[in-house]
Design a protein around this ligand. Structure first.
Ligand code: COA
Length: 159
């Protein structure tokens, strides 16, 4: 049976930390669905289309990656996509509490749904999409934190 996982997030924009998790998930699953979802606590910066385009460009070398956008709850995206597991990255202990709550709520909403956590590589553990946006908005050099193919698109957005 084909093993499929879903890697959900805001990806606003995708960072090298996200890409590292996707690449590692590709070694464990036959198909990895990178799902752009809405986090109600966050105001978006890039459009969903722009985020998907940047993810597709950065994952062009990974044939088992599929990029999709979903509305509503993560559990509904899991049902719709037929994924067997949800993958999330953990950067630091501060991520743990909210990720644990989300994984438990999701498991109640969709019994049997598994969330797998992968430790973010140390070199990416201080990186975040909001840090990239902030540095870029003030004209700073954010290029070491995002896939090279997306640097220009992000820079143009803030110019
Ligand atoms: N390396 C570097 N940074 C990483 C990372 C990694 N491996 N993994 C995550 N991050 C950063 C991101 O850059 C982001 O930074 P930011 O807060 O500055 O934007 C932050 O960690 C987390 O973002 P991301 O992983 O992109 O997703 P999210 O936490 O914003 O998204 C959803 C969460 C979309 C999965 C969640 O809100 C959701 O499921 N929404 C749908 C509604 C729903 O079902 N809610 C749950 C009901 S219980």
């Amino acid at each position: 049976m084909e093993k499929v996982c879903i890697y959900p997030g805001s990806f606003d924009p995708m960072t090298l930390g996200h890409l590292d998790i996707i690449q590692r998930a590709c070694t464990l699953f036959d198909r990895v669905i990178v799902a752009v979802l809405h986090n109600p606590a966050k105001k978006g910066c890039f459009t969903v289309e722009e985020r998907m385009e940047m993810i597709r460009a950065a994952c062009a070398h990974l044939p088992q990656v599929e990029v999709a956008a979903f509305d509503g709850l993560l559990v509904d995206a899991v049902k719709k996509s037929g994924a067997h597991a949800v993958v999330r990255g953990l950067r630091a202990i501060s991520d743990f509490e909210s990720e644990k709550t989300m994984a438990q709520l999701n498991a109640e909403l969709l019994p049997g749904m598994e969330t797998l956590f992968m430790m973010t590589k140390p070199e990416h553990s201080h990186v975040s999409s909001s840090a990239v946006r902030e540095i870029a908005s003030f004209g700073g050099d954010f290029s070491r934190y995002v896939p090279a193919c997306n640097v220009e698109k992000i820079r143009n957005h803030f110019e």
